[in-house]
Design a binder for this molecule. Structure first.
Ligand SMILES: Cc1cc2nc3c(=O)[nH]c(=O)nc-3n(C[C@H](O)[C@H](O)[C@H](O)COP(=O)(O)O)c2cc1C
Length: 379
């Protein structure tokens, strides 16, 4: 892993190791992928100030996220089908995050179940909730997360319907992969991936399989989501979830100042300014362009987290400078997982942490709390 010096190296390695359908699933955005692209280009446009001759010998990326100590202002975002990038992917990524001292979020649409991960790792993790039509089932998922001692519930509020990702449809995206000649040939060229998935605990959606019989045979994922996910979800449901979840609640997928204002009064502990990594409303603002006004309006009332396009420590510094308290990483750690399992995720985190430390030094800053608008040269 030492020769992997940046997230792009891990991305290229993941492309060599993970079958086409799953790497396409990770890379895709919705429709014309304009918002996906904007997440990156708008981040890159932000120029940082180079400051000199400040004593930066005592730097630390140590901070708190939701009141808990974290080694850096980063959490691993929920990623559906994580365990299809590498066998037992959720367990491996969670272990890497915990060893690095940052939170890991398990997706509702994970391959390993809540219980699989809880029994394989040493510390609490976060659980991300998608709300489906069957509310009895949602209650039971929340109860399972509480029983597993999950330390926060991340309620994703930007996926009541699914944004179309063309490549998933073209690839016939399913879990496990469809037996098509092209898929078989592709998998045959990725033996390490095949072995890791074969040896993995599960080959379907761990949290859901038992509840929805026949789930394994569903061929196109988006069709299943369209049938099961609840398009009636509203702020009333947030209240309901708040009433049955005893712990910290994070609302993920806020991209509007008005919505952020409502969220700040909802009893949630934090929001994640996010457009789902450009996978939902194509044509929506990039996450980074909407972060400053949201942070300005609600930053003193609720903890503001950020995701969308984070690929380096420099990007983390940019988001903190514009008002985020911490960031979430999606694809950056998924590339690490595909490239090298737990060691790859650990490397992704280490790369971004080292970059953040060096960036802080070159900006003349010693603590993450001191990264604010003053470090921005231009936008
Ligand atoms: C392959 C993939 C799967 C995802 N699955 C979920 C999910 O199950 N639940 C969720 O809330 N967000 C999901 N997201 C969104 C991420 O949590 C996060 O918001 C996004 O990846 C951030 O952008 P980035 O990938 O540029 O870091 C997914 C993103 C990707 C790329």
């Amino acid at each position: 892993m030492r020769t992997m010096t940046c997230i792009e190296d891990l991305r290229q390695a993941a492309h060599r190791k993970v079958p086409r359908a799953f790497i396409d699933y990770a890379e895709s955005g919705s429709y014309a992928e304009q918002t996906l692209a904007a997440n990156r280009t708008d981040l890159e446009r932000i120029k940082l100030r180079q400051r000199i001759l400040h004593d930066v010998s005592q730097r630390t990326t140590q901070t708190t996220i939701l009141g808990e100590p974290a080694s850096m202002p980063l959490a691993l975002a929920p990623i559906g089908l994580c365990g299809m990038q590498h066998g037992d992917g959720e367990i491996l990524a969670c272990r890497a995050a915990q060893a690095a001292g940052i939170p890991f979020t398990l997706s509702t649409m994970s391959i390993c179940s809540i219980e699989d991960v809880a029994s394989a790792v040493g510390k609490p993790f976060w659980f991300q909730l998608y709300v489906m039509k069957d509310r009895g089932y949602i209650r039971s998922l929340i109860e399972r997360a509480a029983a597993a001692k999950c330390s926060a519930l991340v309620l994703t509020v930007d996926l009541q319907v699914i944004g179309q990702r063309h490549r998933d449809i073209k690839n016939g995206m399913s879990v496990p992969p469809q037996i098509r000649l092209a898929n078989l040939i592709d998998i045959a060229t990725k033996p390490a991936w095949a072995l890791s998935v074969l040896r993995g605990k599960r080959k379907t959606f761990g949290n859901i399989a038992g509840h929805y019989p026949g789930m394994e045979s569903v061929t196109v994922l988006s069709k299943w989501i369209a049938e099961q996910f609840d398009a009636t979800l509203s702020w009333k449901d947030v209240e309901w979830i708040r009433s049955i979840w005893p712990g910290k609640l994070i609302l993920k997928g806020i991209l509007d100042i008005e919505d952020a204002g409502i969220a700040a009064k909802s009893g949630a502990s934090a929001i994640v300014v996010s457009n789902h990594g450009g996978r939902q409303l194509d044509g929506a603002s990039s996450s980074i362009s909407i972060l400053p006004p949201i942070a300005e309006v609600v930053g003193s009332q609720i903890e503001v987290m950020f995701d969308g396009g984070i690929r380096s420590g420099q990007d983390i510094a940019r988001a903190l400078a514009l008002g985020a308290r911490s960031c979430m990483s999606g694809r950056a750690y998924i590339y690490g997982l595909g490239a090298g399992g737990q060691a790859g995720v650990a490397r992704a985190i280490e790369i971004m942490r080292n970059e953040l430390l060096t960036t802080m030094a070159l900006m003349g800053v010693s603590r993450v709390e001191d990264i604010d608008r003053r470090v921005i040269a231009s936008m």
